[in-house]
Design a protein around this ligand. Structure first.
Ligand code: PNW
Length: 504
């Protein structure tokens, strides 16, 4: 470590803070996408309807620009071109997800769609050809509608359905896929899709459906981990993890002890909700979450808590079921004080926290929720190290949205700031971060924001039937960074308009 530190310590900024630019030996870089956001081909070659097809077709007004995933980036047809762009960037790995409804059109294993299997085999072969390792998410939000019709993640049968689907994927693709992610961002699924209407299927069962979802989802994740671990790992020798997202919460006044305590509560409710059962020795939901929801439920006159605790069998069964801690991180919000957040529904997860939050910190992006706060990223990583027993970490998503600028200095500055923060905690705090995944390869269907918020390294022209992909300046920034394993110090990436690099 000592030599690494000397090599890494390339500059001291005038603030006197060490500025690291070089990534450690063995650190890996990738980019991410997700099936529904890029593939298109929503109803061809045997694929069935998923919850996002249903939402966008039946309630198009819920999508900011009225777009949908029917064609998206047309990656079902243009995957070879995607792989060529990945090779241009020089990434070590490509994170993508499998479409459940393309592989199992009924959602269950009564029929495996040969065209679905063929598509992913072709993509895997194209990646192998370019020496790009696949990192594959089994579930990135596109649940077959047939399973939603049975209640989706609110139905305990999902534990079996998810295990059976994963079994097919391990069997068909596990000879080539050595890195798996079970579920992408359980919070967004349970809170935004079942506890609210921000994501499909938009059930909006606030304070109830969200907790039914987490109960089933954590059990389903654990069963898939055990299936892989017991049955497939011995021959396939891969690794499997879950990706948990954080909005990181900080006190708006760091000197205010009450706010500091409440920010911790908010982080336990957000990140701890899914990380605590898996990554702590104690297991189960965070104590403060159990307490708060029980208290609120009592005040509402309910005979028992809306959040059911796991029994001993499940506490043990869920604990330790992830080889790495996968973190998706974009931004930091503030906690301003105790009380009921003005935007909280009743009952709800947000009301259960008992804190008022606000999002107005840092520089702007095209997404209302995303402000540029690199110090928050560093603080989150330090907190994960101490809360989760120094678990080895992969950053499975991080990125920035704009409206589609080709000279995307905002994205370059964001990446440079966040990666500097990452290097800082790797060297100064010894946080074990092994790899970094940038969201995303190309502009794609950004869920309810449609194509109005663009996170890509490549611009995608959605008015062009060919879905032409054009590299933005950030594509060259990332390419140069990966080639050198070092933050680029190149005038091309300095915004001639206003960036003072010494401040980064
Ligand atoms: C992630 N937040 O969603 C998803 O995994 C991607 O599919 C998505 O395109 C990407 O981030 C950009 O939004 C998130 O409010 C949505 O903190 C919202 C938040 C985080 C992640």
């Amino acid at each position: 470590m000592a030599t690494a530190i000397i090599i890494a310590l390339l500059a001291i900024t005038h603030s006197g803070i060490a500025h690291y630019t070089k990534f450690p030996e063995g650190f890996t870089f990738g980019v991410a996408t997700a099936s529904h956001q890029i593939e298109g081909a929503w109803n061809v070659s045997g694929k069935s309807e998923n919850v996002w097809d249903r939402l966008t077709h039946s309630r198009p007004w819920m999508i900011a620009d009225g777009t949908n995933g029917d064609i998206a980036c047309d990656s079902y047809n243009k995957y070879q071109e995607d792989v060529d762009h990945l090779a241009y960037l020089g990434v070590d790995f490509y994170r993508f997800s499998l479409s459940w409804a393309r592989i199992l059109p009924t959602g269950r294993v009564d029929h495996v769609n040969p065209d679905g299997i063929r598509y992913y085999n072709a993509l895997l072969d194209a990646l192998a050809e370019k020496n790009i390792e696949p990192l594959v998410t089994l579930f990135h939000w596109d649940l077959p509608q047939s399973l939603q019709d049975l209640g989706g993640w609110a139905n305990p049968k999902m534990i079996d359905y998810f295990r059976d689907y994963s079994d097919v994927c391990f069997r068909e693709f596990g000879d080539r896929i050595k890195s798996w992610i079970t579920i992408n961002e359980p919070y967004e699924i349970c809170e935004d899709a079942y506890g609210d209407d921000k994501k499909a299927p938009a059930i909006d069962s606030h304070g109830v459906g969200n907790y039914l979802c987490s109960d089933n989802l954590l059990k389903a994740h654990a069963e898939v981990y055990h299936l892989y671990n017991d049955t497939y790992r011995p021959q396939q020798n891969g690794r499997i993890m879950i990706s948990i997202n954080s909005i990181w919460y900080e006190p708006s006044d760091p000197e205010d002890a009450e706010q500091v305590a409440l920010a911790e509560v908010a982080n336990q409710f957000k990140f701890g909700w899914f990380a605590h059962p898996i990554f702590t020795e104690e297991g189960g939901y965070p104590a403060v979450m159990v307490e708060n929801v029980a208290q609120q439920s009592q005040a509402e006159g309910l005979p028992k808590s809306r959040l059911e605790q796991f029994d001993d069998y499940w506490i043990e069964r869920i604990k330790g079921t992830s080889d790495f801690l996968g973190i998706n991180h974009y931004t930091t919000h503030l906690v301003t004080g105790p009380g009921v957040d003005p935007i909280a529904k009743s009952p709800s997860w947000l009301k259960d926290i008992g804190a008022v939050t606000t999002m107005n910190v840092g520089g702007d992006s095209a997404s209302e929720w995303l402000r540029v706060v690199p110090t928050g990223f560093a603080n989150l990583l330090r907190w994960c190290k101490s809360s989760y027993n120094d678990a080895p970490i992969y950053i499975t998503e991080n990125g920035f949205s704009d409206r589609g600028d080709l000279d995307d200095y905002g994205r370059i500055q964001y990446l440079n700031d966040y990666l500097s923060a990452l290097l800082h905690v790797i060297y100064e705090d010894d946080v074990k971060v092994l790899g970094y995944t940038l969201w995303t390869l190309m502009d794609n269907f950004e869920w309810r924001a449609g194509f109005s918020e663009r996170f890509g390294l490549y611009y995608v022209d959605i008015t062009d039937p060919e879905r032409l992909r054009t590299p933005k300046l950030s594509a060259d920034y990332y390419k140069q960074l990966i080639a050198a394993r070092e933050l680029p110090e190149d005038d091309r990436f300095k915004n001639p308009a206003h960036i003072d690099r010494s401040e980064l």
